[in-house]
Design a protein around this ligand. Sequence first.
Ligand SMILES: Cc1cc2nc3c(=O)[nH]c(=O)nc-3n(C[C@H](O)[C@H](O)[C@H](O)COP(=O)(O)OP(=O)(O)OC[C@H]3O[C@@H](n4cnc5c(N)ncnc54)[C@H](O)[C@@H]3O)c2cc1C
Length: 463
Amino acid sequence: MTHVAIIGGGPGGYEAALVAAQLGAEVTVVDSEGIGGSAVLTDCVPSKTLIATAEVMTTFEVASELGIDLSCNDPDAEVAPVVDLGAVNRRVLDLARAQSADIAQRLTREGVRVLQARGRLDGAQRVVATLPDGSEETLDADVVLVATGASPRTLPTAQPDGERVLTWEQVYDLDERPEHLVVVGSGVTGAEFAGAYNALGIDVTLVSSRDRVLPGEDADAAEVLEEVFQRRGMTVLSKSRMAAVERKGDRVVVRLEDGREVEGSHCLLALGSIPNTEGIGLEDVGVVTDRGFVKVDRVSRTSARGVYAAGDCTGVLMLASVAAMQGRIAMWHALGDAVQPLNLKTVSSNVFTAPEIATVGWSQRAVSAGEIEAEPVMLPLSTNARAKMQGVQDGFVKLFCRPGTGIVVGGVVVAPRASELIHAIAVAVAENLTADQLAHAFTVYPSMSGSVAEAARRLHRVE
Ligand SMILES: Cc1cc2nc3c(=O)[nH]c(=O)nc-3n(C[C@H](O)[C@H](O)[C@H](O)COP(=O)(O)OP(=O)(O)OC[C@H]3O[C@@H](n4cnc5c(N)ncnc54)[C@H](O)[C@@H]3O)c2cc1C
């Protein structure tokens, strides 16, 4: 029997464990913080649960347009929904713990051994697990998978205190709504939290070092979002690089490099992530890293024979879905099953703001830079009948297809629930469908997905 030892129980680790068990291996997952990893306990699941509440709050924006009188017929009454952040956070944490327990039970049911311990490599075929009581257990393994994830990046001049200067892992300890939250960092994490807290009725300032929010995303989508943020009353400071964050009693002061100061009651640091790869014996077994990230090929192999790596610790694409796929691929490869190398051009991802921004395949940036020849089409949602009915003004569908064949190579959807709408385009990209094929499938009338088909129709070329 093949022995598999996995360090880290996030999506990279636990999805790999399920595949390895299915293929008949004897599997142990060593995890220090809890099965599900940061994805379930501190990052992805908690933030999206918080955002579920924010989403409901956002729907009240169009209440009067849709004929709903929130003042309950009393013009003097100020009836506005108010969020109890303590209750929201308790729900967030309960849901995360329950999800972690569900996954742990599933692993146990499938015959995977879960060890609550800190793991490190002791040679390419041995993992040493240090248990909470300090004792050690040695696991000999034919295959080792490193899936240790990543942690919030902080700076010496911007240190979280867990009370008012917070990382995204610490925000769920808040019992009361911050009076004014300064979010530093306008990447996906910063934008998601800024949008969510703003929707929860909190005064938010978003500090961005770049000239617009979401510098890594489609520029048209980012423009829509920035405009929506500002319309909702958020202060967005662009070209504003943070130099330091200081706590002053009950206030926080964010000092910018140009000397300006932004004051708030709380500060959320969204400065990116650093890989959890220090002190786990990687160098000793010849695993090559680059700025701490484990270097892997497209079947998740590291430079050390028998040692694989998956997820955020590889820095390939920091998404739970990619971590899970890298983990599965590692096991399919190691255990001799059919395997297809990771293809990042078919990954769909989403920014959970309101509206959401979902993307798949080749990007506008790549097309504009001439990395691929593709014809674009962009269709605003404002002409979509369903969008009009629902009072949705912001958003669009964008598609890219190859000029000769018409094969769809990428797309962007900016809309409420864009995360669901992107799937049709993701199928087209994954299966090399043409714009005509995408257009021919029926969509429901009226529906937002009608705009996906309509965009595809506009790419039809008469020979
Ligand atoms: C705020 C936020 C929101 C996000 N939202 C989304 C989203 O909506 N969708 C999405 O796809 N992605 C999202 N992500 C990204 C996603 O969370 C990560 O890509 C995902 O967690 C990576 O999974 P992983 O298995 O590599 O690592 P993790 O989930 O970080 O799990 C690694 C586990 O290994 C453990 N560990 C570390 N070192 C050791 C050791 N030496 N011994 C034992 N255990 C160890 C850790 O404690 C942890 O439990 C989000 C990230 C952030 C920060």
